[in-house]
Design a protein around this ligand. Structure first.
Ligand SMILES: Cc1cc2nc3c(=O)[nH]c(=O)nc-3n(C[C@H](O)[C@H](O)[C@H](O)COP(=O)(O)O)c2cc1C
Length: 209
């Protein structure tokens, strides 16, 4: 703790939050992290729940955000996809250590419209597209050699051609119903605000750190 830190700094990031746009601050934080050149500014932990109520989590990239939802891309036959198809509920965390910020998001996931998937897939580097064809994500793999061999087979199959979007590859949007913004402060007197979606409008509550 630096001696220059003191309790007189009671400035707040959160007084200007517009409840008509609960995800705006999230978009701003991601943009700020991008502008600063931070690594993986949109990486988020994604927790899903399987049909037996067991939670599972992993990192994904938050590649879509608008006023009511976030989204990511993945293999539609992966474990995470099966868990989403089973229970729909998700919980996510993004963390920007250099900025001392965290955002936690809860919501209901749904398969992303194919036009959005198509646009994103086609924007990816050619090798990533071919890798998507070669990966049966979450299924057992005999060896890395097999994976490389499958990659080469698809490379050959699509040589000189546009790599089409696999039908088993897609995305999910998450309709957000709760978001917590966390801003690190001196003396561990961190600032937390939770926005919750009600029947007609969003509410905002400050909570203890
Ligand atoms: C920083 C980071 C970003 C990742 N982004 C994605 C992603 O956007 N989509 C994806 O399917 N997997 C992504 N992964 C891999 C996942 O964490 C995970 O290993 C994979 O999706 C399989 O998860 P599942 O078996 O639970 O479905 C990422 C991993 C890391 C470390």
């Amino acid at each position: 703790m630096s001696s220059t830190q003191n309790l007189d700094d009671n400035s707040s990031q959160f007084t200007t939050i517009d409840l008509e746009r609960p995800l705006q601050l999230l978009a701003d934080w991601v943009q700020e992290a991008k502008d600063l050149g931070l690594s993986e500014p949109d990486a988020m932990n994604l927790a899903t729940v399987d049909g037996n109520g067991n939670p599972h989590n992993r990192m994904v990239l938050m590649r879509h955000i608008n006023e009511r939802e976030i989204g990511f891309f993945t293999n539609l036959e992966s474990n995470k996809a099966a868990e989403i198809f089973a229970t729909q509920r998700t919980s996510s965390t993004l963390w920007w250590p250099q900025l001392g910020r965290q955002a936690r998001i809860e919501g209901t996931a749904a398969e992303m419209p194919r036009d959005m998937v198509e646009e994103y897939f086609q924007s990816r580097p050619r090798n990533s597209k071919i890798a998507a064809w070669a990966s049966r994500q979450s299924k057992e793999l005999a060896s890395m050699d097999s994976l490389h061999q499958e990659f080469r087979q698809y490379e050959e199959k699509f040589s000189e051609k546009t790599v089409p979007t696999p039908t088993f590859w897609g995305g999910f949007t998450i309709l957000v119903d709760k978001i917590e913004y966390w801003n690190g402060k001196p003396f561990r007197l961190h600032e937390r605000v939770v926005l919750t979606k009600g029947e007609k409008s969003w509410s905002k509550d400050r909570i203890y750190p």
